[in-house]
Design a protein around this ligand. Sequence first.
Ligand SMILES: *Cc1c(COP(=O)(O)O)cnc(C)c1O
Length: 374
Amino acid sequence: MTGSRAWNFSAGPAALPLPVLESVRADLLDYHGLGLSVLEMSHRSDAFAAIAARAERDLRQLLDVPDDYAVLFVQGGATLQFTMTVLNLAGEHGTVAIADTGLWSGKAFAAAERLTPTVRACSLARDANARIVIPHPRTWHVPADAAYLHVCDNETVDGIALGEQTLGGIETHFPGVPIVADLSSSLLSRPIDVSRYAVIYAGAQKNIGPAGLTLVIASPDAIARSRQAADLPNVLSYAAMHDAGSMLNTPPTFAWYVAGLVFRWLLGNGGLQEMGVRNAAQAERVYAAIDALDGFENVVGSAHRSMMNVPFSLRDAGATTAFLAAAEASGLVGLKGHKSVGGCRASLYNALPDEAVTALLALMSSHADGTLDA
Ligand SMILES: *Cc1c(COP(=O)(O)O)cnc(C)c1O
C-alpha cells in the first residue's frame, strides 16, 4: 500500500492511475481558474468543449484511429451496446453471428436474439488436458450473409482472451464479414489495429476511466449502415450521435473529463506499446505463480489466458474465504471472483503497479505449498 491506498485488483469499476486522481483533486473546486468544478460545467461551455476535443484527439493518437472512423462518447454501458450494435448494423432482420466465448458473449447473444436471427458462431471447448480453449475459426459457423460477427476480445469474468491467432483465423476464414468487438476490459491495454473492426465498444470502468461512459469506435461503413436504420430513436443511433458530436443530449461530462486525463497519462507513460509490455509481464508473473504453487489453479488453456483478468481457485475451495480475508487484511482488495464462478480473480489493468503484483505473489506463496523464485 502507498499511504492509505489499497492495491486494487477490482474487475471494474477499477483502479485509476494515482496521478489522474491527484489531478482531479487539485482541479475539483476550481478548474483552471474558472471558479467552478468540471462537475458543474455546462457541456456546451467552451471549457468543456476543449476538454472533450482534447480527450478525443488523445484517444485517436493512442489507438492510431483511422481519420474516417467515428469516435463516440456515449452512455448505457457495454450492455446497451449489445442491443445498439444490432439496431444499427443488422438491418431488417439481418442475421448476426456471435462467438460465444464466455459470460459477456453469452449476454451479447441473449440481447441480439431478442431482436434478430442470431447464430452461435462457436462455443468454448476443452482440450485433452481439460483446459478451456476457443476452437479454431475454421470450425466456426458464420453465415456468408451475416450482417456481422460479434466477438469479445477479453472475457472479464472467465479470464479468456480471443488472441491474435483467433482474430487472424476469423479474417482468413470469413473475409468480408464485418467484425464487431466488445473490448470493455482490454481497450488501451495494448496496441490494436482499429481498421480490422467495423465497431469497437468498451464500457470505461475497466481500463479507461469512471463508470458512466462508454466508448464506441465505428467505421464509415458502420455509420452508413446506422444511417439506413431510419426508424431508430436518435439516442440509439450511431449516426445521430456522430452528427451531434456525442452531445445529442447531456453526455457524462465528468467521466469524459477523467477518461481524458487517463489518455494523457497513457501518452506520457509510453503509450499502448509500453502498457502492453507491462501488462504482459504482470500477467506472466501471476500465471507463473498459479502454475508453480500447488494450492492454486487456473483452467484456461495457455493460448487463451487473459492478460487483464486472471481468475484462479484454491484447490482447497474451503480456504477461499480465509485467503480473501487475509488479502483484505494486507491491503489487497477486489480479489473475490465474479459471483457466477466464485473463487478469486486478479484484474491487472493499466493502473495497477508492479508492487501490487509482488504483494499478491507474496500472499499466494504464504497460502500454498511450494515456493516461488520471483
Ligand atoms: C463489464 C463488461 C461488460 C458490461 O459492461 P457494463 O458497462 O456494465 O454494461 C460487457 N462486456 C465486457 C467484456 C465487460 O467486461
